[in-house]
Design a protein. Structure first.
Length: 274
């Protein structure tokens, strides 16, 4: 129901109110309630009590001080304050959220092409040689009291960097070998990441595999599988990862990597072997 009330003087309308019913209005005890959508009185007729006669129930904007004071003076109590949201839905804005448009933009920018670029054939790399370097680093880590895990970064058959776990040395549970290695070589990887291979004695955790992909490294060579973390299953179930990893080899010098865990790992670490 909508009700328009007008105040007329000498056949001339000088003010009006617009009211209608609203349901479940906060701060009221009855339902529905009469709701004053608007109230208006011509300038020169104001402050003569005309609005009071037109008034039934109403609300006002938070910053509308005149309206707020008007309500208080006429016996209203503030019941609640609300926040209203708006969203542009014009053509240009609408386009930005359409998946097919995103795909089109990526294609135009050549990013899809870039995603598929990088080192694809790693069969001519000496995986055991680089894994052995990682094992030696992991042994050093185990001897110093950190987790016996290490990673090596290789580009064009050259070792660019190596890093072991430093959980205890740095008192940090996020200083995993792969993560730390990537951060230490971030600028190099920005340029050559797609042509690199990362070797790691233990399968990367979910944090590290995400960092590897974020660093554009397309090739991962693993010594020992982490049966607890199940990273391979995680990759296979996420296209974002799967599309960006060209080679994921597991089991290079597996026994030597397993020995590291048995020799230096805690009983809790051995859950990865189960
Ligand atoms: Zn990790």
């Amino acid at each position: 129901m909508i009700r328009i009330a007008t105040y007329i003087e000498d056949t001339h309308p000088i003010g009006f109110t617009h009211c209608q019913l609203r349901y479940d209005y906060e701060g009221t005890e009855s339902n529905p309630v009469g709701y004053l959508e608007s109230i208006f009185v011509r300038d020169r007729y104001r402050n003569k009590g005309i609005a009071r006669q037109l008034l039934q129930q109403c609300d006002c904007e938070l910053t509308n001080t005149n309206s707020f004071l008007f309500h208080i003076r006429t016996g209203f109590k503030e019941a609640n304050r609300i926040i209203c949201f708006t969203k542009r839905i014009d053509h240009e804005e609408g386009q930005k959220i359409q998946p097919e448009t995103i795909s089109k933009i990526l294609k135009q920018r050549g990013e899809r092409k870039n995603m598929s670029s990088g080192l694809k054939d790693i069969s001519n790399y000496d995986h055991e040689k680089y894994m052995q370097v990682a094992i030696e680093e992991a042994t050093i880590a185990g001897e110093r009291g950190d987790k016996p895990i290490a990673a090596v970064l290789v580009h064009n058959h050259k070792i660019i960097g190596k890093m072991s776990n430093t959980w205890n040395t740095r008192n940090s549970k996020v200083h995993h070998a792969e993560n730390h290695l990537i951060l230490e070589n971030a600028q190099y990887l920005r340029k050559y990441g797609k042509e690199c291979i990362i070797y790691t004695t233990l399968e990367p955790c979910l944090m590290c595999i995400s960092t590897i992909v974020m660093a554009d490294i397309r090739n991962v060579v693993v010594g020992l599988a982490d049966k607890y973390m199940q990273t391979k299953e995680f990759i296979d179930s996420h296209n974002w990862l799967k599309d960006r990893i060209f080679n994921y080899l597991v089991g290079i010098k597996e026994n030597a990597c397993k020995d590291l865990i048995n020799r230096y790992g805690s009983e809790r670490d051995k859950i990865i072997l189960l």
